[in-house]
Design a protein around this ligand. Structure first.
Ligand code: VG1
Ligand code: CO
Length: 543
């Protein structure tokens, strides 16, 4: 076996987005494309000789091929050991768990999360640091800079490694350990939650449905919910991970998880429904004929955290991404703990958690997590809810309504306009920024604009500044409209419009969010000129 050094030329498009580098599979299949990016990671992180890496992905199309390439490149780049999930599988939170548990130098996660998979669909790669979290902006920028000047990469000339049986083998001088992708993660979950109480709940006839959407969490959910907690077989649906997610869009929201939504809103609906995404880090929570918005879910977990053994000492603080509703802020205020507002993407939470400033974090995009790992964690959120339900013995809906009655309701919705021409989407954002001065003080019906800006964040731990993180239009009553361009899409531009209105009046809490937000939506369309600038009247997805 020999190390080959291969000459290459930079691709100019390897800029990591919100969550790593995401492109169509055929882009990744181009000669040297994946190799260039992997070498750029290795060159930027400068691991000491014989360092250990964790490697795994969500099992989508091209996962196996990519794993073999990365293993051979790690061997050629002086790594001492790679821990790889059996079959090349690790959910994103499980990879974070393994990186932390075995104190490795870092890890590489292969996923395009909630985006479809298959020969013509999406693939992705990201680097996570020793804390188990996505590399900070400083590191991802260094990787991008390197990818623009790269001239060569190294790879071991060797046969493929067998990945389907547990155990160790060698690749040149490097050790490859194929590990069970589920066991370390399941053990961590048992250390946080009251499994006995949840088991009692499930034995007592409380019915759950978990939709794994043919994505990575199937085996995790079967092991934890069915085997360890005793949910009846079949409680986990679409449990077999498929390379193309069964042709679906593994995004746990009301649009794409419609199979589950039909069940929880149908006859004989279960008491609790949940789903997770392609790589297992997102979650959707449903009750009997009831949907919990992710922003509310974060606030509720925070308000009920001391019911869970792992958080019985209370929370150090909460963090939420800027577009996430301020429901969590109200709980933080009541608990007298800080609430941080960060840019979108999990990489901004890591520093806060490492510094002990926050315990729970969340995003409006169906992402919730805590300092048990450094990624959002879908199944963890489901177990958190089940633990609360086991203690409070109330339906999901009454828990949410009681929460609203106590704290008020932050009515919330997100409109996504996918696949827009990039110029038109940029034009909308520029137009909004150009309008700030004329918007302030302006009245739109009962709403008066208090303040507008393009969100900028200074990390309280390392002082790094991230600019241009989304346009905020904030009204005097605290309502908000936010416009942001997605950093995870692979085709054209996706414009997200986030709408939030605060409703203190319990008598209005039953209103459908779309009805309660109708006026704000019209204001958003009016001030952004979205329709005329993009030619798009209707959003692609409403969540
Ligand atoms: C989206 C979400 C964001 C999330 C990111 C990664 O990013 O809005 O909240 O952190 O996906 O989620 P964007 O830039 O498209 O809005 V996942 O499940 O990919 O790790
Ligand atoms: Co994801």
């Amino acid at each position: 076996m020999s190390i080959r050094t291969i000459s290459t030329q930079p691709f100019q498009d390897q800029k990591p987005g919100t969550s790593g580098l995401r492109k169509k599979v055929p882009v990744f299949q181009q000669a040297h494309y994946l190799e260039n990016f992997v070498q750029s990671i290795f060159d930027s992180i400068a691991a000491p000789k014989n360092a250990t890496l964790v490697l795994g992905g969500d099992g989508r199309y091209y996962n196996r091929e990519a794993i073999q390439i990365i293993l051979k490149m790690a061997a050629a780049n002086g790594y001492g050991k790679v821990l790889v999930g059996r079959g090349g599988i690790l959910s994103t939170p499980a990879a974070s768990c393994v990186i932390r548990k075995y104190k490795t130098f870092g890890g590489i996660i292969l996923s395009a999360s909630h985006n479809p998979g298959g020969p013509k669909e999406d693939f992705g790669i990201k680097y996570n640091s020793a804390n188990g979290g996505p590399a900070t902006e400083t590191v991802t920028e260094a990787i991008f800079a390197r990818s623009r000047t790269i001239t060569q990469y190294s790879i071991l000339d060797a046969a493929d490694v067998a990945l389907d049986a547990l155990g160790a083998s060698t690749l040149g001088d490097m050790r490859v350990e194929v590990i069970d992708p589920v066991s370390d993660y399941a053990e961590l979950m048992e250390s946080i939650f009251d499994f006995a109480a949840i088991r009692n709940l499930l034995n007592g006839g409380f019915r759950i449905r978990f939709d794994a959407m043919h994505a990575v969490n199937g085996p995790y959910a079967q092991e934890i919910l069915e085997r360890r907690l005793g949910a009846p077989a079949g409680s986990v649906m679409n449990a077999v991970p498929l390379e193309d997610f069964g042709g679906g869009h593994p995004d746990p929201n009301l649009t794409y998880a419609h199979e589950l939504v039909d069940i929880v809103y149908g006859d004989h609906a279960p008491d609790f429904g949940a789903a997770s995404d392609g790589d297992g880090d997102r979650n959707m929570i449903l009750g009997h004929h009831f949907f919990v918005t992710p922003s509310d879910s974060l606030a509720l977990l925070a308000a009920n955290a001391t019911l869970v053994p792992g958080y019985k000492q209370g929370l150090a603080g909460i963090a939420r991404s800027m577009p996430t509703s301020a429901a969590a802020d109200r709980v933080a205020q009541a608990l007298n703990i800080p609430c941080y507002e960060t840019p979108t993407g999990w990489k901004f939470f890591g520093n806060l958690m490492d510094a002990g400033k926050v315990t729970l974090c969340g995003e409006e995009s169906f992402g919730t997590g805590s300092n048990h790992v450094r990624e959002k964690d879908g199944l963890w959120a489901v177990l958190f809810w089940l633990n609360i339900l086991a203690v409070r013995k109330q339906p999901v809906e009454s828990i949410v309504r009681e929460h609203w009655a106590k704290y008020g309701r932050n009515v919330y919705s997100r409109y996504d306009y996918e696949g827009l021409p990039t110029d038109a989407a940029n034009g909308v954002m520029q137009h909004l920024k150009d309008s700030f001065a004329t918007l302030v003080g302006k009245m739109f019906g009962k709403y008066s604009v208090k303040f507008c800006d393009d969100f900028s964040y200074t990390d309280p731990v390392d002082g790094s500044v991230s600019k241009g993180q989304g346009v905020r239009i904030i009204f005097t009553d605290g309502s908000r409209i936010i416009f942001r361009l997605s950093g995870t899409g692979t085709e054209g531009a996706t414009l997200r419009v986030y709408l939030e209105a605060f409703e203190a009046d319990v008598a209005r809490h039953h209103l459908d969010a779309q009805v309660a937000l109708a006026e704000l939506i019209q204001i958003a369309l009016q001030i952004s000129e979205l329709g005329s600038r993009t030619g798009r009247e209707q959003p692609t997805v409403i969540t």
